[in-house]
Ligand binder design. Structure first.
Ligand SMILES: CC(C)(COP(=O)(O)OP(=O)(O)OC[C@H]1O[C@@H](n2cnc3c(N)ncnc32)[C@H](O)[C@@H]1OP(=O)(O)O)[C@@H](O)C(=O)NCCC(=O)NCCS
Length: 209
């Protein structure tokens, strides 16, 4: 079937070209776009099963950047999952006191319908940790990558940062993380330099709000 290029309408702000069958009806096209519309939501116990399904795709361990996972979190049981979600929600609230060494952080899940596609975190406090690790962390599940989701989600979280009164944010990534480098640069990151960290050399970017 012949294909024609059209501009992406995923609300991600990208200018990617998506391929549509020539002659697709308008309603079929808008249905397809609607199905692929992402959203950012606060962590919720309602998506326990969907979150576990996404977690399985990442594989064992707690390497999902942007989700605020700790190795001791127990996520399979409803009670364990609820405890984790409650911690994330508390950590987002600037009015709530936190344990020593923790910083306030807004967590958002990137969803499409009831599917969890990724997570993004905005640390909205300044501390030695933030000045080392950056204000923003994010991860997209493997099957949803290269669709513009990280770029879209970072654009949205930068708006939240502005609302919270930040005038610039630091984004840090490993020097060999090409996808993250491109995401940050696409979102306006200005390269500051490379710094050695306990996780290896990292590229540092400031994004002015
Ligand atoms: C980094 C990550 C979040 C990017 O997510 P994504 O939704 O695939 O990113 P996008 O689709 O918005 O792409 C952003 C840019 O990176 C490019 N890109 C994405 N994956 C890439 C890859 N594997 N190789 C090269 N470029 C890549 C895209 O082409 C795009 O560049 P462009 O706008 O110039 O075309 C995702 O790869 C991921 O979750 N990685 C593991 C966790 C991680 O590294 N988090 C960041 C920690 S700092």
């Amino acid at each position: 079937m012949p294909l024609s290029g059209r501009t992406c309408r995923n609300e991600c702000g990208c200018s990617r070209t998506v391929r549509l069958a020539a002659g697709s009806s308008l309603s079929a096209r808008s249905w397809r776009y609607r199905r692929r519309m992402p959203g950012l939501i606060a962590p919720t116990v309602r998506l326990h099963a969907a979150w576990l399904e996404a977690h399985d795709e990442w594989g064992p361990g707690v390497h999902e950047d942007g989700f605020g996972l700790h190795p001791s979190d127990e996520l399979d049981s409803p009670a364990g999952f609820a405890a984790w979600v409650s911690r994330l929600v508390d950590q987002s609230d600037p009015a709530k006191p936190l344990d020593a060494g923790r910083v306030h952080c807004m967590y958002r899940w990137i969803v499409e319908g009831d599917r969890v596609l990724g997570g993004i975190a905005l640390r909205h406090a300044s501390s030695d940790y933030v000045l080392w690790a950056g204000h923003i962390g994010y991860g997209i599940r493997p099957s949803a990558r290269r669709r513009g989701l990280a770029t879209w989600a970072m654009g949205r979280i930068l708006e939240e940062a502005r609302v919270l009164g930040l005038d610039r944010v630091l984004a840090v990534c490993a020097v060999d993380n090409v996808a993250s480098v491109k995401t940050i640069e696409r979102c306006g990151g200005v390269f500051e330099g490379i710094r050695d960290t306990k996780l290896g050399p990292a590229r540092r970017y400031w994004i002015k709000l």
